[in-house]
Design a protein around this ligand. Structure first.
Ligand code: HEM
Ligand code: HEM
Length: 228
């Protein structure tokens, strides 16, 4: 008898689509931009920081709209589960589907929320180095100098919270890779990964929706740009 016949049969697995293109582009774009945001802020390249900040605003607005109208695995309604869903997942009795698991879903929501707060505060942030054009957030004029300074302090503080969440996120991805032997990074790059046979793949939506989300995000960012 061959060796293969003695070995327990591995559970059947299929290759399925998990993430759509827009979600993956969003992810790797923020991974590149966040270090650039830190570097430009630390090196007093504030005009560049603000310009990249508006690109960041466009990305975040896109992701928020995509969370409402995008493919199944990108939608908030799909991956934000109530306490019962989270408990079922923790007990291992949840039905399997592709995308963020119920626990990961909430950590993604926390990261997106902190990113919204970070860019929101940045819009009101006041640069300490004078009156260089484009060196303060586009909405600074809506508040007093004192308030703008307070919001700038909060913007700096919030960055530490963002760093803590990113550290936790990378630790979780490493935990899956090393302990659970599951590669989550591959699907975030290629869009596809293995899943138990019978698992339904991502449900994609019309490209018109991508165009709509892009139009909304570009509109918001360009409007803010016009206020600089
Ligand atoms: C600046 C650093 C990072 C931030 C802010 C960040 C943020 C995020 C966010 C918001 C998501 C959810 C994607 C969505 O639904 O839109 C996500 C997912 C993911 N990220 Fe990151 N990420 C960062 C760095 C990384 C790095 C360095 C890796 C790889 C080592 C990574 C691997 C992943 C993977 C694999 C997922 C999918 C998780 C799953 O299968 O549920 N991330 N990340
Ligand atoms: C994820 C996005 C962002 C990150 C990670 C980030 C990070 C930071 C950090 C760490 C600082 C403090 C630098 C220091 O004084 O030590 C800072 C300052 C600042 N940020 Fe941001 N920022 C982001 C988005 C934005 C946005 C969207 C804007 C405006 C469009 C903005 C405008 C400013 C301004 C005007 C300052 C004040 C610089 C100064 O004190 O002279 N930021 N940012």
């Amino acid at each position: 008898m061959s060796e293969a016949a003695d070995a327990p049969a591995p559970p059947p697995a299929n290759r399925v689509r998990i993430w759509d293109g827009p979600t993956r582009i969003f992810h790797w774009a923020i991974v590149l931009l966040i270090p650039a945001m830190w570097w430009t802020a630390e090196n007093e390249e504030i005009a560049l920081h603000v310009t990249l900040g508006l690109v960041m605003v466009a990305l975040i607005v896109f992701r928020l709209v995509w969370g409402l109208i995008g493919s199944s695995t990108a939608r908030f309604a799909t991956f934000l589960k109530g306490p019962r869903g989270v408990m079922a997942y923790l007990k291992g009795s949840a039905t399997h589907s592709v995308g963020h698991n119920p626990l990961g879903g909430w950590s993604v929501a926390a990261m997106l929320l902190v990113l919204v707060a970070q860019v929101g505060l940045g819009l009101f942030a006041e640069s300490t180095d004078g009156y260089e054009v484009g060196a303060s957030g586009p909405l600074t004029n809506l508040v007093s100098l004192e308030t703008a300074e307070r919001l700038t302090d909060l913007h700096e503080l919030m960055f530490n919270l963002l760093l803590a969440l990113i550290a936790l996120h990378i630790a979780a991805v490493l935990y899956y890779a090393v302990i659970k032997r599951r590669n989550l990074v591959g699907p975030m790059i290629t869009g596809s990964g293995t899943a138990p046979a019978g698992t339904l793949p991502v449900r994609k939506v019309s490209v018109l929706r991508i165009a709509f989300a892009l139009a909304v995000s570009a509109g918001v960012a360009l409007y803010l740009w016009s206020l600089l």
